[in-house]
Design a protein around this ligand. Structure first.
Ligand code: SF4
Length: 445
């Protein structure tokens, strides 16, 4: 947790000069505590107070970026242990392992398969985020060549796993792309920090167990490097779960700074079911990056779905754009279905319409992403709003009839809607699963 307004106030100059745009120093302190103002707005804060306040008011888990450009992965900045307390800020990244002992052709083939691990879930595209290149050859030139080969066929960010010599060789070409280095250990950390500093790239800190990890992080931050990701090296999944939970708990509840960084976890079991199960545990609790060794869509899709579920903001329902959706190339005679723009509602309707092979138009009214009954109860799915949407959506130019089908659960809206819109309103089934038989029995233009 950050500092309270009163704690911040104690370190302010107390001149009440208003130069920060606030009427008093106390008001300014409250704005900082609420995250609405930055310390730099006050020209009179002493260097000592600045240092103290900046580190104390920093978020409990640092934001770390891997890669650059459109595919950059941002992890960290988490402030809660449980999603329902607020939300999780940055979805964890999924990485797929590629070893440098593969031939050039095999590397390209595997990376191209990784590129294709992109899935459409409730109207959003979700994908694997990183390629983890591992220097199993132990040879610097072989590793650098493998990294360059992989870069020819992907723009995904890289994790470079190897000896300091291998990483130094690979960074000559890959350094500008902000890869994550794996890993600084008790034996090589000075060399690794030097490398990470030279290219200004994130660095994994790897040590067995929490005590050793905290000690190593402190040595590295004392060298002036804080662009870090943590690896507590668990022996098995139960130890992994314990370490991940303790790191997040200590960072958030105790503001223990050595653990105020995102983490990395490995789910590399040879049995793909075990690996997927372990990765699911790490998605739920609390890995920032999970490294896997599979390019099978069937292994990755459930993990991406789980990640989507866990990282969805519980205060913001997933919504589709309110517009006319055309299913199966509908003609001017096709039925028009009215629904709401809650993604799950829309995709249930679209799935049942498509499954029944009915070319149709679907009009999801903007209800702030809420379902039919919730939107109706909240006054967001009203005859006025639906009539307006029928008018503005352009559907009248696409069909040669004036009939629209309203969800059965809100039949009560049909009379007023008919009056306001001038369209004949048919009361459809209560559940979208009834659409097929409804159309067969009731739809004829
Ligand atoms: S500028 Fe600084 S000293 Fe002046 S009112 Fe704001 S916080 Fe206080």
């Amino acid at each position: 947790m950050g500092l309270t307004g009163l704690e911040i106030y104690k370190h302010l100059p107390k001149k009440n000069c208003k130069e920060c745009g606030q009427p008093t120093c106390l008001a300014f302190a409250m704005q900082i505590a609420a995250g609405k103002a930055g310390l730099d707005a006050c020209p009179y804060v002493s260097d000592e107070a600045k240092e103290l306040l900046e580190s104390a008011s920093a978020p409990p888990v640092a934001l770390i970026k891997v890669g650059k450009g459109e595919k950059v992965l941002e992890i960290g900045h988490e402030t809660v242990l449980f999603r329902h307390d607020k939300r999780f800020e940055h979805p964890c990244g999924l990485a797929i392992l590629v070893e440098d002992t593969l031939s050039e052709g095999e590397i390209k083939e595997r990376v191209e398969k990784i590129n294709k691990l992109v899935f459409d879930r409730v109207g959003q595209m979700h994908s694997v985020n990183l390629v983890a290149l591992k220097g199993s050859s132990q040879d610097a030139a072989t590793f650098a060549k493998a990294v360059a080969t992989a870069r020819e066929v992907t723009d995904l960010p890289f994790i470079l796993i190897g000896t300091p010599e291998q990483l130094a060789a690979a960074l000559e070409t890959e350094g500008a792309n902000n890869p994550l280095l794996y890993a600084a250990t008790a034996d090589n950390y000075e060399q690794m920090v030097e490398l990470a500093k030279k290219y200004n790239v994130p660095l994994t800190v790897s040590a067995k167990g929490l005590d050793a990890l905290a000690e190593l992080v402190q040595k590295i931050t004392a060298l002036g490097y804080k662009n870090l990701i943590l690896d507590p090296q668990p022996e098995n999944i139960s130890e992994g779960l314990f370490y991940q939970t303790q790191i997040r708990r200590l960072a958030i509840k105790k503001l223990f700074r050595p653990f105020g960084y995102p983490t990395i976890a490995f789910a590399l079991d040879e049995n793909p079911y075990q690996a997927v199960m372990e990765a699911s545990v790490y998605i739920a609790k609390y890995a920032g990056i999970i490294v896997l060794n599979t390019v099978e869509p069937a292994d990755i899709l459930p993990l991406i779905t789980l990640r989507l579920n866990i990282y969805t903001d519980p205060q913001k329902p997933i919504a589709v754009e309110p517009k006319v959706y055309e299913i199966l190339n509908p003609g001017p005679d096709a039925p028009v279905f009215i629904t709401t723009n809650f993604s799950l509602t829309y995709f249930c309707v679209a799935g049942d319409v498509e499954g029944a092979r009915i070319p149709a138009y679907i009009l999801p009214v903007d209800t702030d992403g809420t379902s039919v009954l919730t939107a109706w109860a909240a006054g967001k799915f009203t005859p006025e709003k639906i009539a307006q949407f029928l008018k503005e959506s352009g559907i009248a130019e696409k069909v040669n009839h004036r009939k629209a089908i309203l969800p059965g659960g809100v039949a009560v809206l049909s009379g007023k809607l008919q009056e306001l819109s001038g369209w004949e309103i048919l009361v459809g089934p209560r559940e979208s699963s009834g659409i097929n038989s409804f159309i067969k029995q009731r739809w004829n233009v």
